[in-house]
Design a protein around this ligand. Structure first.
Ligand code: KG4
Ligand code: ZN
Length: 338
C-alpha cells in the first residue's frame, strides 16, 4: 500500500498545532495551548501571533519526530487559510508556504470550519463515519452553524448565529461568574455537580435554524447582578447549580435547532463538531436522541473537538485525493466562508 503522508498546520486562533497523517490515520497531533490569554479573560490577538511565532517551529518538528518519519517523505502541507485572527493565520500560512518551497511539495489551503466537520473522517478504530448527506452542528468559540454536508467539499450553511457564538456564550457566562478563560470547560465541570433545573433563563426567538446568544448573556448578567446585590456570596454558594442551569439552557437551544433542522431537511444523520462539541451534556443528549428520535449521531473523538491540526491534515488528505492543490499566492483570509 502506498503511503501518503500529509503535514497539517493550524494557527487560526490561540492554539499552535501540527499533525502528521498517513493515509488519513493520525500518526502525531501536537497542540501548544497559549496560557498567556487566561489572565486577560479572552484571546489577545497581538499576543497570540507572537506566541505562534515562538511555537510553530518546535511544534512542527515534534509532530514530524513523533510520527517517526523523515520530512522528505511528506507528500503535501495543509494549512489553515481562515477564518480566524489575521495575525495568527499569517504565521501558519507563511510557515507552510516556506516549508512547501523548501521541500518542493504542494500546498493545500484549508477552511478551518470545513476542517472541524471533516475531523469525522479521520481514520480511527471504532469511530463510525457519517454518510452523506448529513447535518453538522458546528459549535466553537467563533462560530455556530448548522451545515448540510453533501460531500467532503460540498457544504451549505443552513443556519447560523446572528450575534455571539455558542462558545462565547459559555466563555462570557464564565467570565461573569469570575472564572478564567476559556470558561466553557469549567462550566461543564461544575455543571456535573449541580441541578440544571434550579434557574430558568429566557431562550432567544430567531429563525428556525438560526441562533442568537447575546440576549442570553445579558439575561445571565442581570440575573447574577441582582442576586449578588442581595447576597454577596451568591455565586460561591450556588456555582454548581448556576453552571448546570446555564449549560442546560444552552444545550436545549442547540437541540431545539437540531430538531427544527431535521424536520425541515428530513435528514436524520446528525454530527457535531468544534470546541463546544467537547461538552459532556451535548454529547450525552445527542446520544440519547439516537433512541428517542431515531437519529444516527456522530460525535468526534474528544481530542479532535477543540482546535487541532489533525483535522487540517485529514482535510488536506481528502483534497490531495481529489488533486485539489493551492497556489503559493494563496493568502490568509480572516473571514472565509464555508
Ligand atoms: O473550536 P475551538 O477550539 O476554537 C474555535 O475555533 O473557536 O472552540 C473553543 C471554544 C471555547 O469557547 C471553549 O470554551 C469551548 O470551545 N469549549 C467548551 C468545552 N470545551 C471547549 N464549551 C463547553 N463545554 C466544554 N467542555
Ligand atoms: Zn475552531
Amino acid at each position: 500500500e502506498k503511503s501518503i503522508y500529509i503535514l497539517g498546520i493550524e494557527s487560526s486562533c490561540d492554539d499552535t498545532s501540527a499533525s502528521v497523517l498517513r493515509n488519513g490515520k493520525v500518526l502525531s497531533n501536537v497542540v501548544a495551548n497559549q496560557e498567556i490569554h487566561t489572565a486577560y479573560g479572552g484571546v489577545v490577538p497581538e499576543l497570540a501571533s507572537r506566541a505562534h511565532q515562538q511555537n510553530i517551529i518546535p511544534v512542527v518538528q515534534q509532530a514530524i519526530q513523533r510520527a517517526n518519519i523523515d520530512k522528505k517523505e511528506l507528500k503535501a502541507i495543509a494549512f489553515t487559510r481562515g477564518p480566524g485572527l489575521m495575525g495568527s493565520l499569517l504565521v501558519g500560512t507563511s510557515f507552510a508556504k516556506s516549508l512547501s518551497m523548501g521541500l518542493g511539495i504542494p500546498l493545500i489551503a484549508v477552511n478551518h470550519m470545513q476542517a472541524h466537520i471533516l475531523a469525522h473522517f479521520i481514520d480511527e478504530k471504532e469511530q463510525k463515519k457519517p454518510p452523506f448527506p448529513f447535518l453538522c452542528l458546528t459549535i466553537s468559540g467563533g462560530h455556530t452553524q448548522i451545515v448540510k454536508v453533501s460531500n467532503y467539499f460540498e457544504m451549505e450553511v443552513l443556519g447560523e448565529t446572528m450575534d455571539d457564538a455558542v462558545g462565547e456564550a459559555f466563555d462570557k457566562s464564565a467570565k461573569i461568574l469570575g472564572l478564567p478563560y476559556p470558561g466553557g470547560p469549567l462550566i461543564d465541570k461544575y455543571a456535573q455537580l449541580g441541578n440544571p433545573k434550579t434557574y430558568k433563563f429566557t431562550k432567544p426567538k430567531v429563525g428556525d435554524m438560526d441562533f442568537s446568544f447575546s440576549g442570553l448573556k445579558t439575561g445571565i448578567l442581570r440575573f447574577i447582578q441582582k442576586n449578588v446585590q442581595q447576597n454577596s456570596n451568591f455565586i460561591e454558594e450556588n456555582l454548581n447549580d448556576i453552571c448546570a442551569s446555564i449549560q442546560h439552557t444552552i444545550v436545549e437551544i442547540l437541540m431545539d435547532k437540531l430538531k427544527n433542522s431535521v424536520k425541515i431537511t428530513g435528514i436524520k444523520h446528525i454530527a457535531i463538531a468544534g470546541g463546544v462539541s467537547a461538552n459532556s451534556e451535548i454529547r450525552k443528549v445527542l446520544k440519547e436522541a439516537e433512541k428517542r428520535r431515531g437519529w444516527s449521531t456522530y460525535i468526534p473523538k474528544f481530542e479532535y473537538t477543540t482546535d487541532n491540526a489533525a483535522m487540517i491534515g485529514i482535510t488536506g488528505y481528502l483534497a490531495y485525493l481529489e488533486n485539489n492543490f493551492s497556489n503559493i499566492n494563496t493568502s490568509a483570509t480572516a473571514r472565509l466562508k464555508v
